[in-house]
Design a protein around this ligand. Structure first.
Ligand code: PLP
Length: 391
């Protein structure tokens, strides 16, 4: 029987050092590797094309995602771009209208240069999906679930089935959940993309990415392009990411439990209008999340009840334990105000269309004691109370 993810996480690459028997895989910083004489190329020759430390991380992600091979990249965005580099010029890409802003910007910029032809749709709308898939021979369906910042979940298996029927490949950005909570390849995806900056590294001290391919052929293409364009991840970053990855299961367990508890308590706070967390039964896509995920993750967002113009700045002034910052998935809890931070490049109209406004805050729950987090959150919400009380 295949070993479980938790075992894989702590054992991959352990005791594999042939040189000295190092228990933990060593960090190979060398840019180049000597040839063993004339025509004597060894396994590695140059770190852009291949590196032993990067290989251990790649193997770990391949096994965790159930793929055939992985390209480790310098950032999540270079991972997204690497996946796009497999497309022919002008290929049609269908992407969610609420995808990560950087992905939206890259697709839009590449479309402006006619490198891709992109259409952004609401992927939870079956008619919109059907219409997009039946026009213009799409080459790639890009999925990101749960979405940012409203944590909406789409059915990967159902979408992949429809995409396959028209010959399109499927890529899933699995950054918000990690392979421990969601396995897109088992649900029909051809590619899985990660910003390893987030949960996989988990300590907010590395920017990195990865693309995992379901087929050996696509994996070979990814590796070829990653070397060709030079987007492969640096060995030290890979070593740090591998170090962080070892504890992913225990981090996710604790962070997810705290997120669920805070989500429940937020629903009962009079300073909160609405909570967006797929683990709540009232969340509009709770049923899909419960079916396709092994957990609900540690990201949530909520709307403050008081008028945002004064209440949002008051909340930010009052919150202390949560750091006001973008990014997510680290050991430290973060709070972001999407309208002025992560999604500031969207117009106010586009934000309303996507379903949120200035009253929304997004939380990335870390490893602090949940009672300390609640004390901070509830005090900051109390600070938003209008003179006449909450309505
Ligand atoms: C879902 C998602 N995909 C991709 C990225 C891009 O990753 P990076 O910042 O590592 O380039 C991010 C970054 O926030 C993200 O949240």
């Amino acid at each position: 029987m295949a070993e479980r993810d938790e075992t894989l996480l702590c054992c991959i690459g352990v005791n594999s050092d042939a040189g000295f028997g190092a228990v933990m895989p060593p960090l190979y910083l060398s840019a180049n590797y000597s040839f063993d004489g004339y025509e004597g190329k060894r396994e590695y020759d140059y770190t852009r094309s291949g590196n032993p430390t990067r290989s251990v991380l790649a193997d770990a992600l391949t096994q965790l995602e159930g793929g055939a091979g992985t390209a480790i990249t310098s950032s999540g965005m270079s991972a997204v771009d690497l996946a796009l580099s497999l497309l022919d010029s002008g290929a049609r890409v269908i992407a969610p209208h609420d995808c990560y802003g950087g992905t939206w910007r890259l697709l839009t910029a590449r479309a402006k240069k006619r490198q891709v032809d992109v259409v952004f749709i609401d992927q939870s709308d079956a008619d919109a999906v059907e219409t997009a898939l039946s026009a213009g021979a799409p080459a790639l369906l890009w999925i990101e679930t749960p979405s940012n910042p409203l944590m909406r979940v789409v059915d990967i298996e159902a979408l992949a089935k429809r995409a396959k029927a028209v010959g399109a490949k499927v890529a899933v950005d699995n950054t918000f959940l990690s392979p421990l909570l969601q396995k897109p390849i088992a649900l029909g995806a051809d590619f899985v993309v990660h910003s390893t900056t987030k949960y996989l590294n988990g300590h907010s001290d590395v920017v990195g990415g990865a693309v995992i391919a379901a087929s050996a052929e696509d994996a070979a293409q990814l590796t070829w392009w990653a070397n060709c364009t030079g987007v492969t991840g640096a060995p030290f970053d890979c070593w740090l990411t591998l170090r962080g990855l070892r504890t992913l299961s225990v981090r996710l367990e604790r962070q997810g439990a705290s997120a669920a508890e805070l989500a429940r308590r937020l629903t009962r706070h009079e300073g909160v209008r609405r909570v967006h967390y797929p683990g709540l039964e009232a969340h509009p896509t709770h049923a899909i999340a419960a079916k396709q995920q092994a957990g609900f993750g540690a990201m949530l967002s909520f709307e403050i009840a008081a008028p945002a113009a004064t209440a949002a700045p008051a909340f930010v002034r009052a919150i202390k334990r949560f750091t006001l910052a973008e990014s997510l998935g680290g050991v430290e809890s973060l709070v972001a105000h999407p309208a002025t931070m992560t999604h500031a490049s969207m117009s106010a109209e586009a934000r309303v269309k996507a379903g949120f406004d200035d009253s929304l805050f997004r939380l990335s729950i870390g490893l602090e004691h949940v009672e300390d987090l609640w004390a901070d959150l509830s005090a900051a919400l109390d600070a938003t109370r209008p003179a006449g009380g909450f309505k």
